[in-house]
Design a protein around this ligand. Structure first.
Ligand code: FES
Ligand code: FES
Length: 166
């Protein structure tokens, strides 16, 4: 077991972890943060997406022990005392889910995506330009699968918040 210190949703955690445990399993099994979902456990679906030091990652592909000192944000950290985050509220408004299993990953991914747009980071589609458009959002969200096929409403929700921020 290895000692591990990390901050999750603004709260400091100290724990001991088996070096084989993924960040996803640490969150779900050791810390009871079950909002992050295990879809494939192979980096293919994005259901496990969390934000680490401002970057979205697939937590199923990352060993917990490699995150000593990191700041992690999960879906449980999105809402505040003021209520849902703008993206959470937009997902509700646009009916951007059916079963909801992919939704925590979609919202974490979209939250980091908005920050990437603000930093002017290009994607495979935009290469050097950063333009807000349906195609651009689809490319940037392509790591998050939704087997219910709520894609159109997910894109609408993200575009609405992105445009409001712009
Ligand atoms: S559970 Fe991590 S990408 Fe599917
Ligand atoms: S809402 Fe069911 S998988 Fe996306």
């Amino acid at each position: 077991m290895y000692p591990l210190q990390l901050t999750i949703n603004g709260k400091a955690h100290e724990t001991n972890v088996d070096p084989r445990v993924s960040l996803l399993d640490l969150l779900r099994e050791n810390l009871g943060l079950t909002g992050s979902k295990k879809g494939c456990d192979h980096g293919q679906c994005g259901a496990c997406t969390v934000i680490v030091n401002g970057r979205r990652i697939n937590s199923c592909l990352s060993l917990a022990v490699s995150h000593d000192g990191d700041e992690v944000t999960t879906i449980e950290g999105m809402a505040s005392d003021d209520g849902l985050s703008p993206l959470q509220a937009a997902f509700v408004r646009h009916d951007a889910f059916q079963c909801g299993y992919c939704t925590p990953g979609q919202i974490c991914s979209a939250t980091a995506l908005l920050e990437e747009l603000e930093r002017g980071e290009p994607s495979v589609v935009t290469k050097e330009r950063v333009e807000l458009a349906d195609e651009e959002i689809r490319e940037r969200m392509s790591g998050n699968l939704c087997r219910c096929g709520a894609y159109n409403n997910i894109i609408d929700a993200i575009l609405e918040v992105a445009e409001a921020r712009a």
